[in-house]
Design a protein around this ligand. Structure first.
Ligand code: PGA
Length: 251
């Protein structure tokens, strides 16, 4: 079902004490009605999932993870499995973030494997797609994001998108303070939705498509005002409770 979601991607940030502080400020804001809890997802580093599960118990704030390995178990030193995420009450998991694709050499095919492995554990994958600055300047934005999306459709089938979220994250806008303009973001969101509509109208109508890339309190409203932008995947600004709650309130 298409819904407005705001997902906090904490990346590799935080200490136990900071996690407690940030979560209590977010919980407090939600309690005061600043954001509807059912549309907020917190994705901490995996090591903090137990703490986050404990501290969010009894709230409607959802928990997500930033990554996992597609195998269910085995000799994969340093990795965690999707089934393990499930044990910590995760309901979402970010898949194919550009930092994973670029810094950890994740291919479209591996991303698709992870997408399937997440769904096999009843986790909702948040599939990230996005182009580099160079690709945008060469007019390749649409072909890049559609190629990334098609790679998952090929492996998982279109039906799999009835229980998935897509996040459009232009790489040049991540952590740079450069946000895509609402019009630039909308154009890509509409492209993604109409691509899906050509295959399955119902899936296209119902899928939640998030924008990510320097979403802040001061640009969230304009982004969320666009027809095909359903919410946000927020990195840097999700580490500041005030800022994050303002974004949530705008969604
Ligand atoms: P940013 O990160 O909000 O810090 O740009 C977004 C993301 O990488 O998901």
């Amino acid at each position: 079902m298409r819904s407005s979601l705001v997902v906090a991607n904490w990346k590799m940030h935080g200490q136990k004490s900071e996690v407690t502080e940030l979560l209590s400020a977010i919980k407090d804001g939600v309690k005061r009605g600043l954001a509807r809890a059912e549309k907020v997802v917190i994705c901490p580093p995996s090591l903090f999932l137990g703490q986050v599960e404990h501290e969010l118990a009894g709230t409607e704030i959802a928990i997500g993870a930033q990554n996992a390995h597609p195998q269910t178990k085995g000799a994969f030193t340093g990795e965690v499995a999707f089934a393990m995420l499930k044990e910590f009450s995760c309901s979402f998991v970010i898949i194919g973030h550009s930092e994973r694709r670029e810094l950890f050499a994740e291919t479209d095919k591996f991303v698709a494997e992870k997408f399937l492995a997440a769904q096999a554990q009843d986790l909702i994958p948040i599939l990230c797609v996005g182009e580099t600055q160079e690709q945008r300047e060469s007019g390749l934005t649409k072909s890049i994001v559609l190629k990334q999306l098609q790679a998952v459709i090929t492996e998982a089938g279109i039906e799999a998108f009835s229980n998935a979220v897509i996040a459009y994250e232009p790489i040049w806008a991540i952590g740079t303070g450069l946000t895509a303009t609402p019009e630039q973001a909308q154009e890509v969101h509409a492209t993604l939705r109409s691509f899906l509509a050509e295959i399955d109208q119902n899936i296209a109508d119902n899928i939640t498509i998030l924008y990510g890339g320097s979403v802040k309190a001061n640009n969230a409203n304009a982004l969320f005002g666009q027809a095909d932008i359903d919410g946000a995947l927020v990195g840097g600004a999700s580490l500041d409770a005030e800022e994050f709650l303002t974004i949530c309130a705008a969604a």
